[in-house]
Design a protein around this ligand. Structure first.
Ligand SMILES: Cc1cc2nc3c(=O)[nH]c(=O)nc-3n(C[C@H](O)[C@H](O)[C@H](O)COP(=O)(O)OP(=O)(O)OC[C@H]3O[C@@H](n4cnc5c(N)ncnc54)[C@H](O)[C@@H]3O)c2cc1C
Length: 459
């Protein structure tokens, strides 16, 4: 294994001419754009109606909640222009936090109206004999609002705890997307039939644009994308065991037109037909130089991945990608990788690209698995250490007699021992593995001197 070269001297740039351009909003631009779009209805609602302030507050919460609900479709992690730089993990984290906030807004919305006492609200329930409309609403806006209110709560609760639905992940995803579409339609009816503001032309135009975007994202994801994939099928070329319970699957496009990607990105993979439901995200483990062939390291974890070792060469496959921001710097900088389990997949993609380009940047790899047998491509990594300017540190939880690597889990002390002592500020760090591990080790890296902005987590 080679010595560290913290200055990153004598380094080539890996395969840059063949890499596609980076697309996507930068985080500050994305945050600003989001805030403007989410709060725009408040500006469009001015001048306010002549009624109690609390009624205006209640309406404002409802308007912002609807805007936020429509913007959730853009935060699904499937749009490169949104999450290409921000990262899919971070985009989905924002999606979740926004969903909780939205539920808070929606929960308060009907109760802040000055005539919102519970008895009156239920005075129009089908089982109630009176005829007085609740909150001054006719049955259509009232009951679409109530139905949407309950559906959104159900969507968020079943996203927090998927086991409540006792169904497969893929089924949950479809229900979640379908439920979100239905809730949006209900809220749209509620807003247009109940709202005092949404009939105004600017506000109506704003809702129409966001609704078109939300509907378009569903059409794109469930019809257009699969249709494009069906016209561009791949075929499995080989499936190799690369570690205990881990396989590397290689695919080749049947028309020879490979995917243009940067090392370490990921793609959604389907093996059951372009329009069939089950698609799974996997990081690309091969370098762009292997194109049009493309590979993925896949660990057995559930119904789809457990069967991966039995997939026959020739099986058709469909890809949506590339996605993700887990890509190496074009300018060679000293780099540290911290990987656990399948987190090694995108790291392999980087290292293989460095090998193809003759890149000599200084690299430290700290890679953990349960046992030595579970370390994926261990021999290849050791060989890469002989070719690249790479130092490998293998960590296993259960060590057999004669094991010379580290034993236990990766923690701050181990990172401190493995990282080059000097120039940590100049390092780029990549952390990939289970979410809890990524959060705690990114924190540890920051404490050890790697700046927050130079740490990339997830895919
Ligand atoms: C961006 C990204 C990159 C990934 N890269 C790799 C990789 O390189 N190698 C690898 O082995 N695994 C990778 N995974 C995890 C992989 O997608 C899941 O292990 C796989 O989809 C499990 O499917 P299953 O049907 O076998 O298991 P299941 O029993 O259905 O699922 C096990 C768990 O995996 C997750 N999962 C399942 N299906 C999906 C899905 N369609 N999308 C997102 N998460 C899902 C859920 O948390 C679920 O609880 C990656 C995940 C993400 C989000």
């Amino acid at each position: 294994m080679s010595a560290d070269d913290p200055a990153g001297r004598n380094s080539a740039v890996p395969g840059r001419p063949g890499w596609p351009a980076r697309v996507g909003l930068r985080a500050p631009t994305g945050a600003l754009l989001y805030a403007v779009l989410a709060l725009l209805p408040l500006a469009l609602a001015v001048p306010l109606q002549d009624r109690p302030v609390m009624d205006e507050v209640a309406t404002s919460l409802g308007l912002v909640a609807f805007a936020v609900a429509l913007l959730e479709f853009a935060l699904s992690g499937r749009f490169r222009r949104v999450s290409g730089r921000i990262g899919v993990d971070r985009t989905l984290r924002v999606h979740r936090v926004v969903a909780y906030t939205m539920v808070g807004l929606i929960a308060l919305h009907p109760f802040l109206y000055t005539d919102s006492d519970v008895d009156r609200r239920f005075a129009t329930a089908p089982w109630f004999t009176g005829t007085e409309p609740s909150l001054g609403l006719a049955p259509l806006p009232l009951w679409t609002g109530v139905a949407a209110w309950m559906l959104v709560a159900a969507l968020v609760i079943t996203a927090i705890d998927r086991t409540l639905l006792s169904c497969r992940y893929e089924v949950w995803r479809r229900l979640h997307a379908g439920g979100a579409g239905l809730a949006t339609a209900l809220v749209a009816v509620h807003v247009f039939t109940a709202g005092g503001y949404s009939g105004d032309l600017p506000m109506a135009g704003y809702w129409a644009a966001l609704l078109a975007g939300a509907g378009g994202s569903l059409v794109y994801g469930y019809l257009l994308q699969p249709w494009r994939q069906a016209g561009h099928p791949y075929a499995v070329t080989r499936v190799d065991r690369v570690g205990a319970e881990s396989w590397e699957v290689r695919l080749r496009p049947q028309d020879g037109r490979g995917l243009a990607f940067r090392p370490g990105q990921f793609a959604w993979v389907k093996l059951s037909g372009a329009f069939a439901g089950a698609e799974h995200p996997f990081s690309i483990s091969t370098p762009p130089e292997d194109a049009p062939e493309i590979g993925f390291v896949i660990k057995e974890k559930g119904d789809f991945t457990n069967a991966i070792g039995r997939v026959e060469p020739g099986t058709p496959a469909y890809l949506d990608g590339p996605h993700g921001h887990f890509v190496p710097d074009e300018v060679p900088v000293p780099t540290v990788y911290v990987a656990a389990g399948t987190g090694i997949g995108p790291v392999l993609g980087h290292l293989r690209a460095f090998r193809a380009a003759g890149d000599r940047r200084a690299i430290t790899l700290i890679y953990a698995a349960e046992t030595p047998e579970a370390l994926v491509c261990r021999q290849e990594l050791a060989d890469l250490a002989g070719t690249l300017n790479l130092t490998c540190h293998f960590v296993v939880h259960a060590a057999p007699a004669g094991w010379t690597g580290h034993v236990g889990r990766i923690d701050r002390d181990l990172l401190d021992a493995c990282l080059p002592a000097s120039n940590r500020k100049a390092h780029r760090a990549f952390v990939c593995g289970p979410p809890a591990m990524m959060a705690s080790l990114a924190r540890a890296l920051r404490r050890l001197g790697v700046p927050r902005g130079r740490i990339v987590t997830g895919s």
